[in-house]
Design a protein around this ligand. Structure first.
Ligand code: PGA
Length: 254
């Protein structure tokens, strides 16, 4: 039975594709996109590509644009940074925040993420918020509370109307770019736990409406099984989002 949640597949291109390559990829995805399936397809290209990819997606119902990051201030003397307002001004609907690569390589902690979350929402962006544990935490056994702790710390200060604009993405670090995906059961266990915590904070009916994505070595060969789990509402795709056919095949995996 279909639940009432929105299904989303988002492609996180990370630092891949020149401008021309990016436009080509986005063009291929747009032409292969089957808009009538009720799945929202999101592309998150690098900043440089945002405006042009945004223009390609503009008339396409069911597709939207996302930034991969934004600064926590609205504007100012922050050389090299890009604001949520700027993303919004070129048509982005979402911004990805809390990705483990941002946490690990750029020192983004809960406090900074909370500030980014507030800024992005204020600028009118919805959020794809990533959470996930390292292999060490997984093997230590305390992974459920570790991951819900990340979500609570950066998001649970939000009121319900703001939290409704946040899509969670569970991305176990040990599965990102490693080819080692979480099993459908492992993904389901975490997603159900996240939904339970959402329910405790915002009410069960609210939690039932919230989309929770899985990310980490999701590909055409495993997407169907992952997406068939009752609490997995789609995916945040890295490597496999760089090949149009693979990405489109994942989008058709519900
Ligand atoms: P991957 O990346 O699909 O290449 O594992 C997922 C992500 O980091 O969002």
């Amino acid at each position: 039975m279909q639940n009432q949640r929105k299904q989303i597949v988002a492609g996180n291109w990370k630092m891949h594709k020149t401008f021309e390559e990016g436009l080509e990829l986005a063009g291929q995805i747009v032409s292969g996109f089957e808009g009538d399936k009720g799945v929202e397809v999101v592309l998150a290209p690098p900043f440089i590509h945002q405006k042009a990819v945004g223009e390609l997606l503009a008339g396409v119902e069911g597709m939207s644009l996302a930034g991969q990051n934004c600064h926590q201030e609205a504007f100012g003397a922050y050389t090299g940074e890009v604001s949520a307002e700027m993303l919004r001004s070129v048509g982005a609907r979402y911004v990805i925040l809390g990705h483990s690569e941002r946490r690990q390589y750029f020192g983004e902690d809960d406090e900074l993420l909370r500030a980014k979350v507030d800024r992005a929402l204020e600028a009118g962006l919805d959020i794809i918020f990533c959470c996930g544990e390292s292999l060490e935490v997984r093997e230590g056994g305390d992974f459920l509370s570790f991951v819900t702790g990340q979500v609570e710390a950066a998001l649970f200060h939000l009121e319900e109307s703001s939290m409704a604009r946040v899509v969670l993405a569970y991305e176990p670090i040990w599965a990102i770019g490693t080819g080692r995906t979480a099993s459908p059961e492992q993904a389901q266990e975490m997603h159900a736990h996240l939904r339970k915590k959402l329910g405790e904070r915002y009410g069960v009916a609210f939690a039932e409406r919230q989309t929770i994505l899985y990310g980490g070595s999701c590909k055409p060969t495993n997407a169907k099984e992952l997406f068939s789990q009752p609490d997995v509402d789609g995916g945040l795709i890295g490597g496999a989002s760089l090949v149009a056919e693979d990405f489109l095949s994942i989008c058709r995996s519900f």
